[in-house]
Design a protein around this ligand. Structure first.
Ligand code: MN
Length: 132
């Protein structure tokens, strides 16, 4: 079973995501960016679902730290956010998120198909290195 890390501080959303995905994936939940960065380093998932609005460290900062880490930068990261204004999709993709899902999650099918897509692509991705 492929592993998904879900970084989300809202318990209702955690429950909903668990209900949609638990039969298909091995899910690890994290309530904060710090917790996620530690856990993901120890136990890297095949995909990360990352809330933007998190306490202390927002999702964009978590993404930057993931991308700064050689071992973690190739893991696909999908933004999960209630910010659904015109232009937001482009904004988050240009920050380096691989994809974008808006909350509330109204379609199980869309969530699953986005995840399936990136879990498959994930192993083929090779991010350019920033260290040279
Ligand atoms: Mn949140």
């Amino acid at each position: 079973m492929k592993k998904i890390a879900v970084v989300e501080d809202n318990p209702d959303n955690q429950l909903l995501i668990q209900a949609i995905l638990e039969d298909r994936y091995d899910i690890q939940f994290y309530n904060s960016g710090m917790e996620a960065l530690k856990g993901i380093k120890k136990n890297p998932p095949d995909l990360i679902l990352l809330d933007i609005s998190l306490p202390e460290m927002d999702g964009t900062e978590v993404l930057n730290q993931l991308h700064a880490d050689h071992d973690l930068r190739s893991i696909p990261v999908v933004a999960l956010t209630a910010h659904a204004m015109a232009g937001d999709r482009e904004k988050y993709l240009s920050c380096g998120f691989d994809d974008y899902i808006t909350k509330p999650i109204l379609s199980n099918r869309i969530l699953i198909s986005v995840i399936e897509n990136w879990v498959q692509k994930g192993s083929e991705l090779a991010r350019p290195s920033n260290d040279s």
